[in-house]
Design a protein around this ligand. Structure first.
Ligand code: FCB
Length: 467
C-alpha cells in the first residue's frame, strides 16, 4: 500500500499479526443515531425523558433526530460497506419493539431491524445485535427500573421478541452494553438516565442487569436451532494504585471490584467477589440475590465484548488528604494520568489496553474477547467539503490496534475489533458536542463524510488481509 494515501505515514502499524478470521467492524447504538423518536409506535425511553431535564445534557441536546439513521438506513449500510469492514454492531431500541416494555410486539418497530438485517446481509456485512444499549422503556423505569427485579424478566421477554424475528439471520447476540454505566452512572451518580442518586438502587440494578443477561441468554440458547454466539459487553479500564500506600492499593482494589469483578466474577465464577460483598455489608448494603440467581447469571456464554477507552490510577485520599468522605465511606479517587488527553479529557493509555486484555485472559481464562468499542472524541475541524484530517483519532486507533496485537502476542484470545463509532452521534450527557465518529456528520444537512481515520481504518483492514 502507499503510505501517503492515508496522509499519516507515521501511523503504519509495525506488526499486523492478525489472522484473516479476525473480525473488523464499526459500532453504533440505537438512541445515539436513529432519531424518529416518536415514529411507528416508538414510545419514550429513559433517555428521551432525561434529555428534557434542564441541565442534564450539554446544550439541552436530545435524540429526536440524531443522525436520522431511521430514515437513512440503506445509505448508511452502503457507507459501512465502503469502509471495508466485516461486521456492524448496532443496538435494538426496546421501546420501538415493545413500547412501554410490556405487552405484544410492535410490528412496525421490529420491521426496521428486520430491514436493517436484510440490508446488511445483502451488503455482505455480518449483523451483530446488542439488545440493550441503555434505552429502557420509560414505563419500566416508572415501575422501578433496573433496581426492580421484574425488569430482568421483562428484558428476557423482550430479548426473545427480537431473537424470534432475527435469529434466522443473526449469529452474534449481545445482551447488555456496559451494565456498569446503566447501574452506576444511571442510579448512583445520576449523570446518565434515569438520573437517580441512590447507592442501594445502583447495587440492586447491578444484580438485576446481570440476572436479565442470564435469563435472556438461557432462553435464547434454548431456542437456537444452529450454532450462535451469545455474549455481554462490559466497559473496563485498569485500576492501578497511584502510589505504594495502603490507601491507594485499597482504592485501586475497590475501583477494580466495583468496575470489573462484580460483573465478571458472577458471570464466570458464579459468585460476587467476597471483598466487595464485605464492604457493601459494612455500609448496610447487599446485592439482592435470591436462590438460583447466580446459576442463571453464570450461564455459559461465548464472547466477552470489551469496551476500552482509558486506564486510570486510583488514590485512597481526596485532594485534602482525607481517607473518608463526609458519610464515612472510603475515598476512591481516579487520578488523571499525565498523558495527552482526548476531547473527553480522557488520557490516552494504549499500554493499559494491553494490560487489561492480558489480565482478562489470565483471570477469566477460556473466554474469547472481542473489542466491541474503542475510539476517541477530538475537536474536529471539517474543511469546506466536510473532510476532517483527524491525525489525532487516526493515531489513537493505530496505537490501540497495536495494543490489541501486543495482547494477542501475550496469549489473549481477541477475535475482533469494532471502532467506536461509525459516525458522529449523540454522545449521551455530552450531547452532539463530542464527536467519536470515523465518519463526520453535518447535523444541519445530515451529510456523512468519511474522515481520514475512516480511510486509514479501511486501508489498515485491507493491509491485514493482504489486499
Ligand atoms: C461508551 C458507550 C457508547 C459511547 C462511548 C463513547 O461508554 O457504550 O455508547 O458513548 O462510550
Amino acid at each position: 500500500m502507499n503510505p501517503t494515501a492515508i496522509g499519516a505515514p507515521g501511523l503504519l502499524l509495525p506488526t499486523l499479526a492478525l489472522p484473516p478470521s479476525f473480525t473488523w467492524g464499526v459500532a453504533t447504538s440505537s438512541y445515539q443515531i436513529e432519531g424518529a423518536a416518536a415514529e411507528d409506535g416508538r414510545t419514550p425511553s429513559i433517555w428521551d425523558t432525561f434529555c428534557r431535564v434542564p441541565g442534564a445534557v450539554v446544550d439541552g441536546d436530545h435524540g429526536d433526530v440524531a443522525c436520522d439513521h431511521y430514515h437513512r438506513m440503506p445509505q448508511d449500510v452502503a457507507l459501512i460497506k465502503s469502509l471495508g469492514v466485516d461486521a456492524y454492531r448496532f443496538s435494538v431500541a426496546w421501546p420501538r419493539v415493545q413500547p412501554g416494555g410490556t405487552g405484544p410486539v410492535n410490528e412496525a418497530g421490529l420491521a426496521f431491524y428486520d430491514r436493517l438485517t436484510d440490508e446488511l446481509l445483502a451488503a455482505g456485512l455480518d449483523p451483530w445485535v446488542t439488545l440493550y444499549h441503555w434505552d429502557l422503556p420509560q414505563e419500566l423505569e416508572d415501575a422501578g427500573g433496573w433496581p426492580n427485579r421484574d425488569t430482568a424478566y421483562r428484558f428476557a421477554d423482550y430479548a426473545m421478541m427480537v431473537f424470534d424475528r432475527l435469529s434466522d439471520r443473526v449469529d452474534t447476540w449481545t445482551t447488555l452494553n456496559e451494565p456498569w454505566c446503566s447501574a452506576w452512572l444511571g442510579y448512583a451518580v445520576g449523570v446518565h438516565a434515569p438520573g437517580r442518586k441512590d447507592f442501594d438502587a445502583a447495587i440492586a440494578a447491578v444484580h438485576h442487569l446481570l440476572l436479565g443477561h442470564g435469563l435472556a441468554t438461557q432462553r435464547m440458547r434454548a431456542a437456537a436451532t444452529r450454532e450462535m454466539k451469545f455474549g455481554i459487553t462490559l466497559n473496563m479500564g485498569t485500576a492501578d494504585p497511584a502510589t505504594e500506600s495502603q490507601e491507594d492499593h485499597d482504592a485501586a482494589r475497590r475501583a477494580d471490584g466495583m468496575g470489573l469483578r462484580v460483573y465478571l466474577d458472577p458471570l464466570r465464577k458464579g459468585e460476587y467477589p467476597a471483598d466487595m460483598v464485605e464492604e457493601l455489608a459494612a455500609r448496610g448494603s447487599a446485592f439482592p440475590v435470591r436462590d438460583g440467581d447466580l446459576e442463571v447469571i453464570s450461564t455459559p456464554f461465548d464472547l466477552l465484548g470489551v469496551n476500552f477507552y482509558f486506564g486510570q490510577d486510583f488514590s485512597g485520599t481526596d485532594e485534602q488528604g482525607n481517607t473518608h468522605d463526609a458519610d464515612g465511606h472510603p475515598i476512591v479517587r481516579g487520578v488523571p494520568l499525565d498523558r495527552p488527553r482526548t476531547a473527553m479529557n480522557w488520557p490516552i493509555t494504549p499500554e493499559r489496553f494491553t494490560q487489561l486484555l492480558v489480565r482478562l485472559h489470565r483471570d477469566y481464562p477460556g473466554l474469547p474477547l472481542v473489542i466491541t468499542e474503542n475510539g476517541a472524541a477530538f475537536d474536529d475541524t471539517a474543511d469546506a467539503s466536510g473532510f476532517v484530517a483527524d491525525d489525532d483519532r487516526t493515531a489513537y486507533l493505530a496505537d490501540h490496534i497495536a495494543a490489541v496485537v501486543a495482547a494477542r502476542e501475550q496469549g489473549a484470545d481477541i477475535q475482533g475489533y469494532f471502532a467506536w463509532s461509525l459516525m458522529d452521534n449523540f454522545e449521551w450527557a455530552e450531547g452532539y458536542a463530542k464527536r467519536f465518529g470515523i465518519v463526520h456528520v453535518d447535523y444541519e444537512t445530515q451529510v456523512r463524510t468519511p474522515k481520514q481515520s475512516a480511510i486509514w481504518f479501511r486501508d489498515t483492514i485491507g493491509r491485514v488481509r493482504g489486499a
